[in-house]
Design a protein around this ligand. Structure first.
Ligand code: HAM
Length: 439
């Protein structure tokens, strides 16, 4: 057993997995750009009050999962690692006077989030989100646009089957009456409720609806539905969101029990799932409208909507169906040499190739040529540059490992030859000629 391991609930992303993340980040960045979202980067920690007020003090994310940061000096502040990006982004929107910018302000951020959760499959203490926020637009059209953007992301990521669950959870006008109805519904059963649910009944009855406790399933099935109690304005908004989704041809499932785990939501709420895997810890992503959040954080009332898509769970889903593509960059060429001791020439040739833009590695071991070639063949490298006696005339041997061919090439032409050879390899030319056993 090694003496040190990554902290519980965290993991090292080794090169193959990191490369899968990198590909998702690239898809996210490209989509965000196409839809007009600009990148923002907020600190990984904030004053804890940003999350307590924004996300809501009586939520699992704050009560149980907030990573508070211990102080070295007492500056009267209390910080916490960000459990999610939305509160920090809206804090930045207010702080930098973005309400004077053309609205909506469309922002995106991809990075690690931290929740002190009980670790299990797909639930980590450090995880990555692709986040999108459109602040300053009350919808309904942008609600549909954002849901469609989420669906596009999953499709490009390789998860065509992802299902969209949709609900409206009302606003300050209609939610209080709904919460009263919910409390009245559960109150006669209070004695029979699991302890944690009984506490929620008093503090945050909405949370009962997405209880993870199987004992709650039957009771929850009969609970009043928010969509039956929406005020006229929320009802009209929801109908219009659905109208826009229909125009875009987006298929979704209405889920009246979808309330989301964070308090700032109003109206539109949605989550993304692999069909059949619906459950608390299985959401691939989720989001919704948060028209009250800017007000909670001391700004003037400003509507907003966004989503957070969990990259870790997407990678797990791709892994589960054997679709994890690795775009790991392998060297195009390895420079080997007949004189094991002459590491300097190999290093110089590889350095010149890299300066010319070629991904090249020099074999800097002092192994015999045979061993150097063996090691190059084990890599996913296409070419080997062999330095031998021909160098005296300014030439090297260029071996194409896939084609199994070898030619004498002037050193001055080497970078150009490798660049064109790499291009044809990447476009599949010569792929079928490779000797068996290489991939
Ligand atoms: P959320 O539903 O709390 O929403 O998180 C979004 C996604 O992050 C989840 O659907 C899940 O894929 C992933 N996730 C959450 N917790 C974990 C964890 N412990 N381990 C692995 N993945 C996790 C939000 O965070 C909102 N800020 C989304 C949003 C943006 N709403 C409006 N704008």
């Amino acid at each position: 057993m090694p003496p040190f391991r990554a902290p519980r609930g965290t993991r090292d992303l080794l090169p193959t997995e990191r490369s899968a993340f990198r590909r998702l980040e690239a898809v996210a960045a490209d989509l965000a750009r196409r839809y007009g979202y600009r990148e923002i980067e907020t600190p990984m920690f904030e004053e804890a009050a940003v999350f307590e007020r924004g996300v809501g003090a009586v939520t699992d994310v704050i009560e149980k999962e907030l990573f508070r940061i211990a102080h070295r000096s007492d500056e009267g502040e209390s910080w916490a690692l960000r459990p999610e990006p939305t509160a920090g982004i809206v804090r930045a929107y207010i702080q930098h006077g973005m309400q004077t910018w053309p609205q909506p302000v469309k922002l995106t951020m991809t990075g690690p989030m931290f929740r002190y959760d009980r670790p299990q499959a797909g639930r980590y203490r450090q995880f990555w989100q692709f986040d999108i926020e459109a602040i300053g637009d009350p919808g309904p059209a942008i609600d549909a646009e954002i849901i469609e953007l989420g669906r596009s992301f999953y499709r490009l990521a390789g998860l065509d089957e992802v299902e969209i669950l949709l609900n409206s959870i009302g606003d300050a006008a209609c939610r209080p009456a709904y919460i009263a109805a919910l409390t009245a519904y559960y109150a006669p059963h209070a004695d029979r409720l699991p302890a944690i649910e009984r506490e929620r009944l008093h503090k945050n009855p909405l949370r009962l609806l997405d209880s993870k406790d199987p004992a709650m399933a039957e009771l929850n099935a009969g609970a009043p539905r928010i969509t039956d109690q929406l005020c006229d304005a929320c009802q009209a908004h929801f109908t219009a969101v659905r109208g826009h989704l229909a125009v875009l041809g987006i298929v979704y499932r209405l889920e009246p029990a979808l309330v989301r785990g964070l308090d700032y939501y109003t109206r539109t709420a949605f989550e993304f799932y692999i069909p059949g895997r619906q459950g608390q810890q299985q959401a691939l992503g989720g989001g919704g409208r948060y028209d009250g959040l800017a007000g909670l954080l001391g700004g003037r009332p400003t509507p907003g909507i966004g989503f957070g898509l969990g990259l870790d769970r997407i990678v797990l889903a791709l892994q589960a169906k054997g679709a994890l593509e690795s775009s790991e960059a392998a060297s195009v060429a390895v420079v080997v040499g007949a004189d094991p001791a002459d590491t300097a020439t190999r290093l110089r040739v590889a350095t010149d190739l890299r300066a010319a833009g070629i991904a090249a590695r020099a074999d800097l071991s002092r192994r015999k040529l045979g061993k150097q070639l063996e090691s190059a063949a084990k890599e996913r490298v296409h070419f080997v540059v062999i330095i031998g006696d021909e160098l005296a005339d300014g030439n090297v041997q260029l071996k194409d490992l896939d084609a199994g061919s070898q030619q004498l090439v002037p050193l001055a032409d080497l970078a150009r030859k490798l660049a064109s050879g790499d291009k044809s390899h990447r476009h599949g030319v010569g792929e079928s000629q490779g000797p068996a056993g290489r991939s």
